[in-house]
Ligand binder design. Sequence first.
Ligand SMILES: Nc1ncnc2c1ncn2[C@@H]1O[C@H](COP(=O)(O)OP(=O)(O)OP(=O)(O)O)[C@@H](O)[C@H]1O
Length: 239
Amino acid sequence: MIELHQALVTAWTPDPSGGPDTVTRLLGPVSLTIAERRVAVVGANGSGKSTLARLLNGLVLPSAGSVVIGGLDTAKDGPAVRRRVGFVFTDPDAQLVMPTPVEDVALSLRRTVRDAAAREELARAALARVGLADRADLPVHALSGGQRQLLALTSVLATEPDVLVCDEPTTLLDLRWRAVVDDLLASLPQQVVVVTHDLDAARRADRVLVVDDGSVVHDGAPEPTVAAYEALMRTAARR
Ligand SMILES: Nc1ncnc2c1ncn2[C@@H]1O[C@H](COP(=O)(O)OP(=O)(O)OP(=O)(O)O)[C@@H](O)[C@H]1O
């Protein structure tokens, strides 16, 4: 269960001439309880979607209010929250740290599997499940963008998170790889929150949140909520 209680995110920008910092509201206050298994977050560029996503695993902390994931407060139990909530970035290169796919997945297993040989075997099996068995020992940079995103997802999933948060995981992918990643996300037993500009993907969620100017302005079943978002964007385009 994801709970946001009057969560507010602000940023402080120093004044170069030494005056008081400028405080900007980025998001909120937002109160939400999310129990649905598939949640899509949509909104215009700069509306606050990434800020909302990052709140969910403690990458961003609320400046007021609280964010509680599975009973854990992100401000008080940061490491435990990050173990429970996996985060996938838009650009897989932001999170792939090892030279080869098998090493990257094995690194994610280090906390749960002590034996290095067992880790490698499990990493190879995880890569095989997503069709990357024959890429396991290549340099990571030799993989396509789609393959790297699948690898990033596999590495995060190897940590066995209860919740997966993905910030535009298919934005950089072509249609084929988008479908591969969407299918993988749809098959997961975990609760999955996906920030996306892909409205077809949003329509397949159980619940859709629309973020606009730092607020959740629509929240509900996919069809009416995506329609409300499209209307909002049409109005914005006419301004
Ligand atoms: N640390 C920060 N300091 C100041 N402003 C910030 C900071 N982080 C984000 N912002 C601003 O907050 C707003 C929301 O950013 P956010 O990344 O959450 O938007 P987004 O909806 O994910 O956008 P996009 O779709 O373009 O990725 C943007 O205007 C951004 O410039």
